[in-house]
Design a binder for this molecule. Structure first.
Ligand SMILES: Cc1ncc(COP(=O)(O)O)c(C=O)c1O
Length: 453
């Protein structure tokens, strides 16, 4: 276990960082403010910052800033540090690897770590069929490569994505992403042959629509507007991330996957945000027994180092000619060492079970809050990927301003929260899976006060 009880204070310490919130300045403190002035002068304005508090060190679920404030982390660097920040197994393996060699380029002279990560992915992802994996640097790059592979395999061009989808910021993945501001505005023209189908978004359906009905609605659009015979891949997040933590109605994903199988279309699960125990299963597809043809992963794969992957059926993955996939840094040895440390931590510390425990604690509290505050229109999510949707009380009309106010109030109290959603009105919670119970409770107390605000 990474928790070590500090006998003097009984505050647990993870990775050398006491797991307690404490504020010694208003946020951001003076040292952060000075750094932020330098950021404004040196860093491109397009690189936004949610909370201009500059971090000096971090461990577990605590971020320590340059002014000495300890903040509770309900964001995990956007679903990345599930194993905790500076997780011991990640740090020790990275330190060992960086002292051995830093880079050779796997495509030039390979090394074992890359192969071991692929073996682990082939073992851990849904389905017991024969699989292959390929490693990349970012989630967007993994999604791009999944599309390349699906097109090569099928000989077809069209790619179907969904309303509210988020798949990245490269040219193809911008085309696949739904929301214009801030991701796409002014950045076109976008890649072609990308088509959008209606999502199952239960809270915003005018009348209840089952998963099967929502799938039939989407399939009808695909068949009429794209054509099954032209469709290379359907790419879907099993729970949408940036689009608002949208959990489709039960039966939606299996029906879409079955249609893909029946029509020779590659079903791609984009599990960049939902993967690696985050949702209380190793991968979110498992909640509905869906076995994707290809699965894209990143974020939680390597405890904070940049790594991403496409994993899938051997016959699809191996349909690409030699040299057709790759990149200078994809599967960098240090990132692979980190991934092996992160995966070992997830399995040895049963972080799937930890995510389920977080869900039990948080969902109960969030539902209580929703009962008290009609501005909380919906509580949803799975595992440690939970959200509340903020609306004009008694309606489903999004209230982005109130959402921003609540999030800012959380930040001022030392709780890092994130917002998301097509309408900007979703507060999402992504705590590290190793978060101690007392910090989870304290974070929820802060949230409650901020909502009551
Ligand atoms: C579902 C999903 N796909 C793809 C991406 C893009 O990943 P990256 O930012 O590593 O390129 C993200 C990032 O948030 C994501 O949530």
């Amino acid at each position: 276990m990474t928790d070590i009880l500090d006998r003097a204070s009984t505050v647990p310490t993870i990775s050398g960082v006491e797991q307690r919130r404490s504020l010694v300045t208003a946020l951001p403190g003076p040292v952060s403010q000075a750094l932020h002035a330098r950021k404004t002068a040196a860093v491109a304005a397009g690189i936004g910052v949610t909370l201009p508090v500059y971090i000096a060190r971090a461990g577990g679920a605590i971020l320590v800033d340059v002014d000495g404030n300890h903040l509770i982390d309900f964001g995990s660097g956007i679903a990345v540090t599930g194993v905790g920040n500076a997780a011991p197994e990640v740090v020790s393996r990275v330190q060992a690897q960086v002292a051995e060699f830093t880079h050779t380029c796997f495509m030039v002279t390979p090394y074992a770590g890359y192969v071991e990560v692929c073996e682990a992915l082939n073992r851990l992802t849904p389905g017991d069929h024969e699989k292959r994996s390929a490693l990349f640097n970012s989630g967007a790059e993994a999604v791009e490569n999944a599309v390349k592979i699906a097109r090569r395999f099928t000989g077809r061009d069209a790619v179907v994505v969904f309303d509210h989808a988020y798949h990245g910021r490269t040219n193809l993945t911008m085309a696949m992403t739904a929301k214009n501001m801030p991701y796409k505005d002014g950045f076109g023209p976008f890649a072609g042959e990308v088509y959008r189908a209606p999502m199952s978004y239960p809270f915003h359906e005018p009348a209840p629509v089952s998963g099967a009905e929502a799938a039939a609605r989407a399939i009808s659009i695909i068949e009429k507007q794209v054509g099954a015979n032209r469709t290379a891949a359907v790419v879907i997040e099993p729970i949408q991330g940036e689009g608002g933590f949208v959990v489709p109605a039960a039966g939606f994903l299996p029906a879409i996957a079955a249609w893909c199988t029946a029509n020779g279309v590659v079903f791609v699960a984009d599990e960049v945000q939902t993967g690696f125990a985050r949702t209380g299963a190793m991968f979110a597809c498992e909640h509905e027994g869906v076995v994707p043809d290809l699965i894209t992963t990143a974020k939680g794969i390597a405890g904070g180092l940049p790594l991403a992957a496409v994993t899938g059926r051997a016959e699809i993955m191996d349909s690409v000619h030699g040299g057709g996939l790759g990149g200078t840094y994809g599967g960098n040895p240090i990132a692979c060492a980190a991934a092996l440390g992160a995966i070992a931590t997830i399995e040895q510390e049963n972080l799937v079970g930890a995510a389920q425990r977080i869900e039990a604690t948080m969902l109960a509290r969030l539902r209580d809050l929703a009962a008290k505050h009609p501005k909380i229109g919906d509580v949803r999510g799975r595992g440690a990927m939970l959200a509340i949707e903020i609306v004009q009380p008694g309606t489903t009309t999004p209230d982005a301003a109130e959402t921003a106010r609540i999030s800012t109030a959380c930040h001022a109290a030392g709780l890092v929260t994130l917002t998301c959603g097509t309408y900007g009105n979703v507060l999402r919670f992504l705590p590290p899976l190793v978060i101690p119970e007392h910090l989870l409770a304290e974070g929820l107390d802060i949230l409650e006060q901020a909502i009551a605000g």
